[in-house]
Design a protein. Structure first.
Length: 556
């Protein structure tokens, strides 16, 4: 897996890009400063400074889920490092959880004007209302109603924010140059266009392979998915779907939403949102259509060559991943505190100190992300597998991670967890996952295989046991097992989806073998090379920022 090395440093490359952009801006706009500027009156000097070419201003709008907000914040920091101004716009409910002190003074209840700037990062945060300012209850609230409500309320409140930013805003960050949005929010591009925002990008926070699957589904391959779904065996997912430019994939390896055959499915409402996204990003050569939406893909070329080759004739894909702040913190020698999350972190002194006391590559880390739920039976199987493995483990089990049940079931789960901790392992409600995976004691990651978790494990060189549940997680598992050789996919029971203790124990032992560990280490080097100084993803992002900056000053 050798790759080309680049001699340019971040600093020299950035200076080159900025110099080219600023020089061109000055030439086109004829705003060359007078050498006697110091003698100008203050009011004229201020006016002259306002005429200086300004950095591009990116507005990143996110869906209200930790899996969207976390990579959006990482992207914001990367954009700042590349010389841009950035505002991250999150729903009111998420804003209040992340910044409770800033939200306390809001007397209106709408949260539309809440704004703050995070210390040290140069990133501003603002909120929009999705119509569920008290939060969206995934168990009780209807997804279709939510998506309809956020299209209406989100558009209204985002429009107000764009107006404030255009008029200067409380922090005078200037009008938005490029609007970026995460998945399920294609309406952002319409609102941005109404406010004269010239450039729009979607931040694709799933594998490029998943994007290729969605593209081909809506561009001629839908019947292939439906036929495979109709022929699906009770054991589920073995049917192959052949898509242009991709290797043969089983149904279980593809995004689960593409196997939906009924409008009554609880996730059926997301299909039109993905259809709208594909319409927005497609490059069809029609000059009458608005410029297509860019795709900033949180992946790197070496990891998904086939999928990217399949997409690039049709879509403007810019690979910029893995977008992970801790990789740059390590390079700079920083040791930042845990980021503001939607969940509170358990005391660091506990689990990190415990990890410090463990042998290298001995610990099994278990986490199923920010949205998954599991039954008492599943909790029991995991606990049983870990007891039989005789390996130390760190297990993240959120308060809302277990399905509601009878009091005796809840008590049984408490007893299982108490037994685990009594045996010397650790169970926490939430943690700083990047720091855990980067710890030398961690030798295996048992995960739902969401894309954020997958990228973090790859970047840290930790072998993976994948237990995917829905959405793109099956695709992530396929990549880790079949394409990277850096993990193994566990097979759950067909009748109830429970991953049995014996299967989990087998997968853990396989993942921690020397062969799999060697593959994981090799891909760690690939991932880090992509975003290092002058790496392919690093150059792609800086060139994208420069392109947006150049386009801005050409219109001024």
């Amino acid at each position: 897996m050798a790759r080309q090395s680049y001699s340019l440093t971040v600093e020299s490359y950035s200076v080159l890009l900025i110099a080219q952009t600023v020089s061109s801006c000055l030439t086109h706009s004829h705003r060359i400063l007078s050498p006697k500027r110091e003698g100008l009156p203050m009011e004229l000097r201020s006016t002259e400074e306002e005429k200086q070419p300004q950095p591009p201003h990116f507005l990143i709008v996110t869906y209200p889920a930790q899996g969207h907000i976390t990579p959006a914040r990482h992207l914001a920091r990367r954009l700042v490092l590349a010389g841009a101004r950035v505002t991250v716009c999150i729903p009111v409910s998420a804003f209040r959880k992340m910044f409770p002190a800033a939200a306390e003074g809001d007397g209106s209840g709408s949260g539309e004007d809440e704004e703050r700037e995070e210390e040290g990062d140069g990133v501003a945060y603002a909120s929009y209302s999705d119509g569920y300012d008290g939060g969206f209850d995934r168990a009780a609230d209807d997804h279709a109603k939510y998506l309809a409500r956020v299209r209406q309320e989100g558009a209204r409140t985002l429009s107000a924010l764009l107006g404030r930013l255009r008029d200067g805003g409380p922090r005078r960050r200037g009008p938005v140059t490029c609007a970026v949005y995460t998945l399920l929010m294609p309406w952002v591009s319409r609102v941005a266009a109404e406010h004269g925002v010239a450039h729009v990008a979607v931040f694709w926070i799933q594998p490029a392979t998943a994007l290729a699957a969605y593209y081909h589904y809506f561009r001629g391959s839908r019947e292939r998915f439906l036929m495979a779904a109709a022929a699906r065996e009770p054991s589920g997912g073995a049917e192959e779907v052949r898509l242009p430019g991709l290797p043969p994939l089983r149904l279980r390896d593809l995004p689960s939403f593409l196997a939906i055959t009924s409008d009554d499915d609880r996730f059926a409402a997301v299909i039109p949102e993905f259809a709208a996204l594909i319409d927005a990003i497609e490059r069809d050569g029609d000059p009458a259509r608005p410029a297509p939406t860019y795709v900033l893909a949180n992946t790197f070329d070496a990891m998904e060559l086939d999928a990217l080759a399949s997409l690039r004739p049709h879509v403007e894909v810019v690979t910029i991943g893995p977008v992970l702040s801790f990789l740059h913190d390590e390079a700079d020698g920083n040791n930042n505190s845990p980021p503001n999350d939607l969940f509170g972190h358990d005391g660091e002194g506990g689990y990190l100190s415990w990890l410090d006391a463990q042998r290298a590559k001995s610990v099994v880390y278990i986490s199923f992300g920010s949205t998954s739920v599991m039954s008492k039976a599943q909790v029991a199987e995991i606990a049983d597998a870990m007891e039989q493995s005789h390996r130390p483990f760190l297990w993240v089990l959120r308060k809302d991670n277990c399905r509601d049940g009878e009091d005796d079931e809840k008590e049984a789960i408490k007893e299982l967890l108490a037994a685990a901790t009594a045996a010397g392992s650790v169970v926490v409600e939430w943690c700083d996952q990047a720091r855990v995976l980067a710890h030398p004691a961690v030798g295996c990651f048992v995960t739902h295989c969401g894309w954020n978790s997958t990228l973090e494990s790859v970047a840290c060189g930790v072998p993976t046991v994948a237990a995917p549940q829905y959405s793109d997680q099956g695709t992530c598992a396929w990549l880790v097992e079949r394409e990277l050789g850096a993990g193994v996919r566990a097979t759950a029971r067909a009748e109830d989806g429970v991953l049995e203790a014996g299967e989990l124990r087998r997968c853990v032992e396989f993942a921690m073998s020397e062969a799999v560990s060697a593959h994981a280490t090799a891909w760690k080097k690939e991932a880090r090379a992509a975003v290092a100084d002058g790496g392919v993803s690093d150059r792609n992002l800086r060139e994208f920022v420069s392109r947006i900056a150049m386009a801005r000053c050409n219109t001024e």
